[in-house]
Design a protein around this ligand. Structure first.
Ligand code: GLN
Length: 281
């Protein structure tokens, strides 16, 4: 590639290499230090020439993406539920599907009062921060077993000036409800991919501990469903994200644990992606 490449040449190069158009646009805007949503700007400036430094950054970003790295790790940020999160390989790349979980969580909260919310396996902090941002009156706690993830989540909270309490805990094991109080809502996007799932091969850049969960992908969901009742307030909700084929087993696990009003919600692709229920008084 010539050092004096123009924007349209860069985009053609990406297309020839099989890169998705939207990925190429975002990566190029990143290398040009433009706002990442400003895709129209690229069209209007298609004959602008990159500097040598921008060209080098573009080639690097292109190669990283072609090796399967998520766009969000290359740009270092991801928009989620109207917030811009800083992300890297220490945390799962937040998926738009998880916004379904946030929408549902918001609908379950009482309209007033200061509901107590817990996010299990917070990763980048995406779910907890989206909830705290939308419901400033809520008291939000978030746990993760990974100190690396908590560092990312805490940095996001402080940059976004959102007052979420972060705790290092393997699911609910380190949580003291004497201190936090019982929760009106517990929400989680845990690891749920089966260990042998071929899908994992495409996700090698993300932390395996945030993705895989035993032979059937349900190990962590089982633990959460077993531990949550002791930490839920009367009539509190437990909402869980899960895999495309896990709605039925998660519903069964919730019923066995004594939950009521067991139900599932579809993601933007029409796949049953979240299941939740109430722990009665
Ligand atoms: N939805 C992700 C995927 O299958 C997995 C996220 C998770 O395990 N929580 O790509």
């Amino acid at each position: 590639m010539l050092t004096a490449a123009a924007i349209d040449q860069c985009l053609r190069q990406a297309q020839n290499l099989g890169l998705a158009r939207v990925d190429a646009h975002i990566l190029l805007l990143h290398c040009l230090q433009r706002p990442l949503h400003d895709r129209a700007w690229l069209m209007a400036h298609d004959s602008d020439t990159l500097t040598a430094a921008q060209s080098a950054a573009w080639q690097d970003a292109l190669q990283r993406r072609l090796r399967g790295e998520p766009v969000a790790y290359i740009t270092g940020r991801k928009d989620f539920f109207g917030l811009t999160l800083v992300v890297d390989a220490r945390v799962l790349d937040p998926r738009p599907d998880t916004e379904t979980l946030v929408d549902w969580a918001l609908a379950c909260l009482p309209a007033s009062g200061s509901p107590r919310i817990l996010d299990l396996g917070t990763g980048s902090g995406a779910v907890a921060l989206a909830l705290q941002h939308t419901r400033p009156d809520a008291n939000v706690w978030a746990v993760d077993a990974s100190e690396d993830a908590l560092a990312v989540a805490r940095a996001n909270a402080s940059r976004l000036q959102l007052d979420v309490q972060f705790i290092a805990s393997d699911w609910l094991s380190a949580l003291d409800v004497q201190c936090t109080g019982r929760f009106d809502l517990i929400v989680s996007n845990p690891p749920y991919v089966a260990e042998g799932d071929p899908h994992l091969a495409a996700l090698t850049h993300e932390p395996l501990q945030a993705l895989a969960s035993g032979q059937d992908g349900l190990d962590d969901l089982r633990q959460i469903i077993a531990q949550a009742p002791a930490c839920l307030a009367p009539d509190g909700w437990l909402l869980l994200e899960h895999g495309w084929d896990q709605a039925a087993p998660v519903q069964a696990l919730l019923r066995e644990a004594g939950f009521v009003q067991v139900q599932s919600r579809c993601d933007l692709g029409g796949i049953e992606r979240c299941t939740g229920a109430i722990m009665p008084k």
